[in-house]
Design a protein around this ligand. Sequence first.
Ligand code: SAH
Ligand code: SF4
Length: 352
Amino acid sequence: MSSKKDIASLNLCELEEELRSMNLPKFRAKQIYDWIHKKLVTDFCEMTNISKELIGRLNESYEIPSCSIERKLVSKLDGTVKYLFRLPDGEYLECVVMDYKYGHTICVSTQVGCKMGCAFCASGIGGFKRHLAPSEILSQIYTAQKDLGFRISRIVLMGMGEPLDNYDNVMKFLELVSDENGLNIGMRHISLSTSGIVPRIYDLLENEPQLTLSVSLHAPNNEIRSRIMPVNKSWDVGELLEACRVYADKTSRRISFEYAMMKGVNDTPECARELATRLKGILCHVNLIPANEVKEKSHQRSDDDSINKFKSILEKSGLTVTIRRTLGSDINASCGQLRRDKINEDSTEGKE
Ligand code: SAH
Ligand code: SF4
C-alpha cells in the first residue's frame, strides 16, 4: 500500500482542515473536492485551476485511489454492462451497471473477498483479502460513469463483500456519494444488502434510516440457514427478523428479503409456508432469486415450477413477492466469474 494519504476519502470539512495545515485557503479545498467528486478526475495534473507548484505538493503527500478498466462486457440483450476493475494494488473487482425503467443502477463491491463464507456464494471462495476504502467504493461509480457518459442515479451495495463488516468505510462512502457537492445521489436511491450482522442493522437505523435495506435471508429456519450461512450461528433467524421488524416499524420503509432458490435446499412448499408464518407482520417484500450455479459449489438452481409454487404460497398469505429478472444473462456467467478467471489466468502466467 502507498504511504500517501487517500484524499478522495475525505469529506469537504476534513479536506479544508487538511489544507489549512498546509497553510492553504478554504476555497482551494472546494476546488479540489469539485475536481475529485464532480468532475471525476483521478490525477492532480488535470486540475487546471490549481498552480503547478501546488499540484507538486499535492502529488508528494496525497493520492486519489481509483480503479482502472481491465475488461468490459456489454450485453447484447439488454445493454447491461459488466466491468472487471483493477485496483492500484493489483486486486480485482466486478461491477455491473443495469438499465432499469427508473434509471441506471450500479452494483458495487465493499470488500475484496468476503469473510462470511456463505455456501452458495462465489465472493468468498478465495477468502477475505481486505476492506475497500470509501474512495475505492466511490471510484467504481466514478470510473463507470465516466466510461459510459451518462448519469448513474441508483446504487446497490450488492457486489463482493459484506457491507456491514466494513461499516465505517461504508458509512463514509454513503456520506460522500450523497453529498450535494459530489454526485448527490439521495439515500432513498441507495440499497444496502446484508447477510445479517444484527448489531449493525440497529446502528444503521440510528445513522441512515433513509437507506433501503435488503436482507439475505435464504432460509425460513435456523436448521437450513445455519447450514448455508455461517453468520446465522452468531445471530439467528429470530434475532435477525426481530431487528428487521424494528427497522421497518421505525423507518416505515419496506425491507426487501432476498431468497436464492436452491433445488432441494430451501425451495419446498413447507419452506414457503414456514417463511410466510415468520414474515407475518413485517413490512417487507420478498425477492426470489433463481440461484446462480457456481462452478466450485454444489447447489443447483430450483426449477421454474418450484419457484412459481413457492411464490404463490407466499402471495396467498398476503406477502408481496417478485422473482428477480435476470439482466445481461448473455454476459452473466455467474457473478464473480470474471474476477476468478482473471486471478486464475494471472497465477498461471506467474508460474511460467
Ligand atoms: N454480502 C451481502 C451483499 C453482497 S451479496 C449479502 O450477502 O447480502 C449480494 C446478494 O447476492 C446477496 O443477497 C447474496 O445472498 C446473493 N448471492 C450470493 N451468491 C448467490 C448465488 N450463487 N445465487 C444467487 N444469489 C446469490
Ligand atoms: Fe459474503 Fe454476501 Fe457472499 Fe455471503 S452472500 S459470502 S455475505 S458476499
